[in-house]
Write a protein that binds this ligand. Structure first.
Ligand code: HEM
Length: 394
């Protein structure tokens, strides 16, 4: 089966994939064939299986130079950093940034996140009652938070966001994918240079110190880590906030339960993560040796996708999986990953999303979708959301 690079109907596609078994072969752009792992229990096992790695050198197609020129996912799977590293390398790269994401550090960010969300809603209130919630609220909140953590100037953020959108697009043209990668690396390398001469109180400055004082990461890994933090730190949370608002507006009886205080905002966040995972398909992992999955064998050197959005709707694991139901408890989804690569920013993502949703609906309890055609999907199978979310206040 060919995966639609534009992700036009991810949930429909995922249903067909799940029916084909726990792991099914799919064709990616450029005729590249990989396995999609779409059953919850199978993915959970494989994410923690040491026979599955993330270094692209493990993939025979990559190692032997058989990928088409300008392959749109090439940048995504080869960024030098923790998502493409295993074992000791992975621990080294992840260890350099974990301190910034401890529960205590995240809790310290809460007042600033509250204030940012309030300011964004003040601005939205000026917009004549109708606005694109994705553009004016779901995007700037996580972008400003990660931008501040990394020490990025506000005027750099929109340009970085556009480039990062291309990086997580599976439908970018080869020329656009190559250009975005170059520009993104160029911009972030310039940020590093600027911080070298004018250090700040931020993660970029800490990473530069780790490189210069003890040579714990290469220059490419330094820029790659910034890129990863930037992309992972906002594209996903942006989708989560968008998807949660969309689901709540489509299910007013569920929204009522939260507004009456019967269900906490955290339950909305967890159920949205399961029901409409912000990450659709996560590329890629590779079999270090042959791995049997049910009736099929993933051969050594073959690649697989972690199909997070498919797994969230696996009816073999969640009763009535296609139903948005914030009263499920507990919702043990995999949408923030599992195993050694479990999302480093999960605490921050949850805090941002809960704050955003609570403030939004406290301020605009009668928010509703604008009339008109349903919002278009985002144009990628890596991301799972909509391009815009037009809403009306009152
Ligand atoms: C709703 C928001 C988010 C979702 C759904 C999400 C989801 C995920 C998932 C599924 C993975 C595992 C990828 C894999 O299969 O290997 C992951 C890893 C990661 N996430 Fe998140 N993420 C979110 C927010 C964030 C934020 C806010 C940050 C940082 C500020 C972040 C940083 C990372 C990093 C650095 C990794 C790589 C960890 C590693 O390879 O060891 N994420 N995330």
């Amino acid at each position: 089966m060919r995966l639609d690079p534009a992700g036009a109907d991810q949930h429909g596609e995922n249903r067909r994939l799940r029916e084909a078994g726990p792991a099914a072969l799919v064709e990616l752009p450029g005729g590249v064939v990989v396995w999609a792992v779409t059953h919850h229990d199978t993915l959970q096992e494989l994410l923690a299986d040491p026979r599955i790695g993330k270094n692209p050198q493990l993939w025979s197609t990559f190692r032997e130079g058989r990928l088409p020129e300008g392959w749109p996912l090439l940048n995504f799977i080869s960024v030098p950093g923790m998502i493409t590293a295993d074992g000791a390398d992975h621990r080294r790269l992840r260890g350099l940034v974990t301190q910034a994401f401890t529960p205590r550090r995240i809790a310290e960010l809460a007042p600033a996140i509250e204030a940012r969300a309030a300011r964004l809603l003040d601005a939205v209130a000026e917009l004549d009652g109708a606005f694109d919630l994705r553009r004016h609220f779901a995007y700037p909140l996580p972008m400003q938070v990660i931008g501040e953590l990394l020490g990025l100037a506000e005027e750099q953020q929109d340009a970085l966001h556009e480039l990062s959108d291309t990086l997580v697009s599976s439908s970018a043209t080869p020329a656009a994918a190559v250009a975005a990668q170059q520009d993104l690396f160029g911009l972030l390398a310039a940020v590093v240079e600027a911080k070298r001469s004018a250090p700040g109180d931020d993660l970029t400055t800490d990473l530069i110190a780790a490189r210069e004082e003890s040579d714990r990461l290469s220059e490419q890994e330094l820029v790659g880590t910034l890129l990863l933090m930037l992309v992972a730190g906002h594209e996903t949370t942006l989708n989560l906030i968008t998807n949660a608002v969309r689901a709540l507006l489509a299910h007013p009886e569920q929204l009522d339960l939260v507004l009456k205080g019967e269900v906490p905002w955290s339950a909305v966040v967890e159920e949205t993560l399961r029901y409409d995972s912000p990450v659709g398909q996560f590329p890629l992992r590779y079999a270090v040796e042959d791995v049997r999955v049910g009736e099929v064998v993933i051969r050594r050197g073959e690649a697989l996708l972690a199909s997070y959005a498919a797994v969230g709707r696996d009816s073999g694991h969640y009763p009535d999986a296609d139903r948005f139901d914030i009263t499920r408890s507990p919702v043990r989804h995999l949408s923030l990953g599992h195993g050694p690569h479990f999302c480093l920013g999960s605490g921050l993502a949850r805090l941002e999303a809960e704050t955003a949703l609570r403030q939004l609906f406290e301020r605009f309890p009668t928010l509703r979708m604008a009339e008109g055609a349903p919002p278009e999907p985002i144009g990628s199978f890596i991301s799972n959301s909509v391009r815009t979310l037009p809403v009306v206040v009152g």
